[in-house]
Design a protein. Structure first.
Length: 417
């Protein structure tokens, strides 16, 4: 076997470029690749002790990145690993990953990385609130910590402080912290989810559910209907409240209603499934028939909107005339109209009209004209059982819904008069 003559700096420096790339060997797998473009690169060849095949790696360019002495030191380290049955390429790749995980594992970095992921599956307004809570209530305490150094006392302190000012947000924060740590474990920023063995009820006492205030007394409802129809404030606010008397939409769907969802010819409202609270892709879009009074309200809104501006994307416009109305604005109108006294049964918010519809329909429908399923479908309520829901959602309730919505709309107009 021919003995390889070790390289010298002089030999390397005087090595001339040729028409093709060529190599100079230093022995024991270390070679210098002299390229046609005058670049000289260190390469190390070896047989992997784990893969049992020949592999190659680079030690960088000579002399800028790696001198002859340093190339030999690297070779010695690689040969030592090989002698221990370790593949050096795989070993150093894992070491780099560990360093990268440690750098990226700062709590602030992990938090924003997780929030970015969450933004892709959360509504913009919901995500904005989530970011605000983390930035205001979590980050000040954990900003300088690596996520693997956060302990359960840190979490409890943050939750306890939030319970004082906003118990409901504290409850959501517990869930979000749980999800954040699950993500951190998945990404190997930390070894375990701190909240996995903690019951939320041991930290946050369950609150008694309080139903949204609603009006079920016909006389009071009659007064409210008259006040809404006679309201002299903004036309979008007036017509928004008029519409919710007849269509029991959720506040978000009502305030963000778009003209393209309305089919005047077929007298149908269709809201895409992804805009509804229940976003199950196996469910059809939400469909509700439009009564004559509903069409009249929408036509009035269309006429006035066209008069003051051009027809915008949203049906009910806010102050700047190009964005949807804020869902709290109609609630402020209801307060000004005197419907903020729950003790006297005279308090209601936008969402409460759904409860009014559901309760009063049950009371009025003494002949059982409308099935339970139809009443629930008007509110876009579906079976919680997935199997039952899969069969039930295919049923076509449109004709029954027409009768139901006409019945309810007629009743509202009867109370108004």
């Amino acid at each position: 076997m021919r003995k390889v003559q070790p390289l010298t700096d002089t030999k390397i420096k005087t090595a001339k470029t040729q028409e093709k790339n060529y190599t100079l060997s230093d022995g024991h797998g270390l070679q210098l690749l002299v390229k046609t473009n005058k670049v000289k690169l260190w390469e190390f060849y070896y047989k992997s002790p784990t893969l049992h095949k020949r592999r190659k790696t680079s030690f960088g360019s000579y002399p800028t990145q790696t001198t002859l002495i340093n190339a030999r030191k690297k070779r010695a380290l690689y040969l030592d690993l090989i002698s221990k049955g370790i593949d050096p390429i795989d070993y150093y790749r894992k070491e780099k990953e560990k360093i990268l995980v440690d750098v990226n594992g700062n709590f602030k970095s992990v938090m924003y990385e997780w929030l970015e992921k969450e933004s892709k599956s959360t509504k913009a307004i919901t995500h904005k609130g989530k970011v605000r809570v983390f930035e205001n209530d979590v980050l000040p305490f954990l900003r300088k910590k690596h996520i693997k150094d956060v302990d359960i006392d840190d979490i409890i302190k943050i939750i306890d402080l939030k319970k004082i000012s906003a118990p409901e947000i504290a409850s959501r924060l517990f869930n979000n912290m749980d999800n954040l740590f699950r993500y951190a474990v998945l990404k190997r920023y930390c070894d375990r989810n701190l909240l996995a063995d903690i019951r939320k009820s041991d930290i946050i006492k369950a609150r008694t559910a309080k139903h949204m205030p609603k009006i079920t007394e016909p006389k009071i409802l009659s007064e409210l209907i008259s006040l809404i129809y006679e309201y002299k404030g903004g036309y979008s606010l007036r017509n928004c409240l008029k519409l919710v008397l007849h269509l029991p939409l959720r506040a978000e769907n009502l305030c963000n209603l778009k003209w393209k969802y309305i089919d005047f010819n077929n007298k149908i409202l269709t809201i895409p499934r992804q805009e509804m609270k229940l976003k199950n892709i196996n469910l059809d879009d939400f469909v509700l028939p439009l009564t004559e009074e509903v069409i009249k309200i929408l036509k009035e809104q269309e006429t006035i909107q066209t008069k003051y501006t051009h027809l915008q994307e949203f049906v009910f416009l806010g102050r700047d005339n190009n964005k949807a109305i804020n869902k709290e604005s109609p609630n402020r109108v209801l307060e000004r109209l005197g419907f903020n006294d729950e003790a006297r049964g005279r308090k209601i918010r936008l969402h409460g009209f759904r409860g009014t519809f559901r309760s009063m329909i049950d009371t009025l429908d003494i002949e059982n004209k409308f099935s339970f399923d139809v009443k629930e479908r008007a509110l876009d309520h579906h079976e919680k059982n997935e199997v039952a829901r899969a069969y039930n959602h295919k049923a076509n309730y449109i004709e029954q819904l027409k009768s139901l919505m006409c019945y309810w709309s007629d009743y509202i107009m009867e109370l108004k008069s």
